[in-house]
Design a protein around this ligand. Structure first.
Ligand code: NAD
Length: 496
């Protein structure tokens, strides 16, 4: 039977999450014993005091990862065995559904129903998806003359530093761990300081599933301490990063200043949705509302800009508002809640500050705009729509990362396209039209890693995820993700 809010609150009270670092198969405090508090944005409660790891702990984790790589226990394991262990890891995640979902919801404030139905199952599916490649990927033999044999082999890179954000902590961890571990690498995972608990639990489940000690290390800590130490470490072969564009730029600097480690970046977005005059407005309105309000707008690929044909704007906005009214803002442990808390008080103030900025810049408030559920002690902002947003203003150009939709009118298809592409970002985009020629023209011309036609947020493990421009480079998900965790080696043999 489905649990009630009271059930979840009782479970939350009893929860004693593991909050230490996992290094070389053992849980331990930071070397200097320091901790930081992880506070729930639901109501400001303290969830746990977490090991505040810094450069010394990162160095221990990298040393353990390197040693595990060199022994070859993981990298040279028979492929069916590595597959079995990763599939067991995925099963452990599935079996831990309620515990992981509760950790995730308490840590980041997303609705428990989303954690249960989406975040945890997607995490398990991702690990299982990559596990299956272990005994199905073949290397190549290049064309040569008859006296030569040229093998082209894919080899793991070595030690991978994975640095991840707080908006989908479990899912994004899995997007890194699945392909990196499948390929035989060892990993040091640094979760965001706002959301360390799910990642630590994942490390524990991997160990229980048989991933050898040292192959997956989880080191919580602040970005500027643990994160920077990992990205600058001379014995890390690659940093795979998801986070803001600003910190993504630092990653490239750290790599250049240290050992030229490889860098893969999944960064921010300001994704446009173009609605042309002939679109199915009912379908468009539903997806437009969910595209910005799902996960409280804290999605890198949120559809945060609506670029709408002037002739249909008022009809469309009325529909979007109608759908928004069904996306209930509430306590995240209430199973009927569809929009929960923002990650912390600082971020909430930042989002509210953007709404003020937009209004000062001349936008009109069409929905919401205020802090909500103040009495809870948590961090809630109403679903918000800013209309008549000028394309040159900050709310049209900067990533707000909250439930704020910026609406701009366009005269015709070509103006809509020009406005959509006028951005430093290029993560995702959508076009709504019944005209297949227009759909083809616009989707070809949009500069984004994913372009949706008459839908939004549809995705699967089978399709790559990532951005153009300052939304980053490198792709998560799909077989392509494996490429970035491996390198090609040519072995040329001549027969005499
Ligand atoms: P952030 O860049 O502030 O932090 C991300 C990670 O980097 C955290 O683990 C943090 O501790 C670490 N970090 C911060 N400063 C660092 C430093 N100086 N050196 C090393 N590490 C450092 O991002 P955030 O606020 O956690 O997440 C929100 C951002 O992530 C948004 O911009 C969002 O669009 C982006 N994001 C992108 C994708 C994608 O796939 N493209 C997915 C999710 C989130």
């Amino acid at each position: 039977m489905a649990r009630s809010r009271a059930d979840w609150e009782a479970l939350a009270r009893e929860l004693r999450p593991e909050a230490r670092a996992l290094i070389n198969g053992e849980f331990r405090q930071a070397r200097d014993g320091r901790t930081f508090d992880t506070i729930s944005p639901i109501d400001g409660r303290l969830i746990a005091a977490v090991a505040r790891c810094d450069a010394a702990d990162i160095d221990d984790a990298v040393t353990a990862a390197r040693a595990s790589f060199e022994t070859g226990h993981w990298r040279q394991m028979e492929p069916p065995e590595r597959k079995r262990i990763l599939l067991r890891f995925a099963e452990q995640v599935r079996a831990d559904l309620e515990h992981l979902a509760l950790l995730e919801t308490l840590d980041v404030g997303k609705p428990i129903q989303d954690s249960l139905a989406s975040d945890v199952p997607s995490t398990a599916n991702c690990i299982a998806y990559y596990a299956e490649f272990a005994d199905k990927l073949y290397d190549e033999i290049a064309p040569t003359g008859p006296k030569d044999l040229a093998l082209i082999r894919r080899e793991p890179l070595g030690v991978i530093g994975a640095i991840i954000p707080w908006n989908y902590p479990l899912v994004i961890a899995a997007w890194k761990l699945g392909p990196a571990l499948l390929a035989g690498n060892s990993v040091v995972l640094k979760p965001a300081e706002q959301s360390p608990l799910g990642a630590i639990r994942l490390g524990e489940l991997a160990l229980q599933a048989g991933v050898p000690p040292g192959v997956l290390n989880v080191v919580p800590g602040y970005g500027e301490e643990a994160g920077q130490a990992l990205a600058r470490h001379p014995d890390v072969d690659m940093v795979t990063f998801t986070g803001s564009t600003q910190v993504g730029k630092l990653m490239m600097r750290y790599a250049g200043d240290s050992n030229l480690k490889r860098v893969a970046l999944e960064l921010g977005g300001k994704s446009p949705q173009i609605v042309l005059r002939d679109a199915d407005l009912g379908a468009a309105a539903t997806d437009i509302a969910w595209a910005i309000f799902y996960n409280q707008g804290e999605s890198c690929n949120a559809g945060s800009r609506l670029i709408c044909d002037a002739g249909i704007k008022s009809e469309l906005l009325a529909e979007v508002k109608r759908v928004a009214a069904t996306i209930t803002l509430g306590h995240p442990l209430d199973p009927s809640t569809k929009m929960g808390a923002l990650i912390d008080a600082g971020h909430m103030q930042r989002v509210l500050g953007y709404i003020d900025t937009g209004l000062r810049e001349g936008a009109e408030l069409a929905l919401g705009g205020r802090q909500a559920l103040r009495e809870s002690g948590g961090c809630y902002v109403e679903a918000t729509i800013l209309d008549r947003v000028k394309p040159s203003t900050r709310v049209a150009r900067e990533e707000i990362f909250g439930p704020v939709l910026a609406v701009t009118e366009a005269r015709d298809e070509s103006e809509a396209l020009r406005l959509a592409n006028d951005s430093i970002f290029g993560l995702a985009a959508a076009v709504w039209t019944r005209d297949m020629d227009a759909a083809h023209r616009v989707s070809n011309a949009l500069r984004a890693g994913t372009v949706w036609v008459n839908t939004y947020f549809k995705s699967a493990m089978t399709t790559p995820f990532g951005g153009f421009r300052q939304s980053g480079f490198g792709r998560d998900r799909s077989p392509h993700a494996i490429e970035k965790y491996t390198d090609l080696k040519t072995i040329w043999t001549t027969y005499r």
